[in-house]
Write a protein that binds this ligand. Structure first.
Ligand SMILES: [Zn+2]
Length: 209
């Protein structure tokens, strides 16, 4: 009789970013200071950020400031270069497709490649604090897995569905210098930039030179 085949089940440990979401978000933003948001055209948004290598108090303060800034601007995700800091870290406070609130941060994020047959595209509206007042439909996978590190350097894996999946992809893109409008057709991109030019942001922004 052949030896029983042992199935190596990959039991992935996703981070719990749901428990105490409200309290954790409040603690971050109350320690932090809100900073103005950089907008399209600012060079810090259009190039890849530096890897986080120092998991120290300064990084913890940056994450607090990012939560404070995200709240002021009423965002559901924020990348460090959106407050002018050239480091690969983003924060989020976002609901998934079941209305569950996720709060957390990721340093040095890398998105898993999804097999094409597992990819369900969702073409919801998307907006960005760095392209104020503009919105456009953009097809993205409705499921995302991001690998990175927490503020202490510990490896973490974050999984998102629905709008939260979109958020994880959008914020990771930011840290590689890519805005969602860079994924639009030429015409839709132009239209988004026109919306931005015609609108007035409801939160403080860093003026471009
Ligand atoms: Zn954005």
């Amino acid at each position: 009789m052949a030896q029983q085949e042992t199935e190596q089940s990959v039991n992935e440990e996703f981070i719990d970013d749901v428990t105490d979401a409200e309290e954790r978000e409040r603690a971050h933003r109350e320690r932090g200071t809100s900073r103005p948001i950089t907008v399209y055209g600012n060079p810090v948004l259009h190039r890849e950020c530096q890897d986080v290598t120092a998991f120290d108090d300064e990084l913890a303060r940056l994450i607090d400031d990012m939560f404070a800034s995200q709240r002021t601007a009423e965002g559901v995700g924020l990348a460090a270069n959106q407050i002018g800091v050239d480091l690969k870290v983003f924060v989020y406070d976002c609901q998934d497709d079941e209305g569950v609130r996720h709060v957390g941060h990721v340093c040095n994020p890398v998105l898993d490649d999804l097999p094409a047959d597992q990819r369900v595209l969702d073409d919801s509206n998307e907006g960005c604090l760095s392209v104020p007042t503009a919105y456009a439909e953009l097809a993205r996978p409705d499921y995302a897995v991001v690998r990175g590190q927490d503020m202490h350097g510990k490896p973490i894996v974050v999984r998102g569905t629905g709008y939260f999946a979109r958020c994880l992809q959008h914020e990771t893109d930011h840290l590689y210098g890519r805005l969602y409008i860079d994924r639009l057709s030429k015409r839709d991109r132009k239209d988004a930039l026109r919306q931005m030019a015609e609108g007035t942001p409801r939160y403080p922004v860093v003026p471009n030179d």
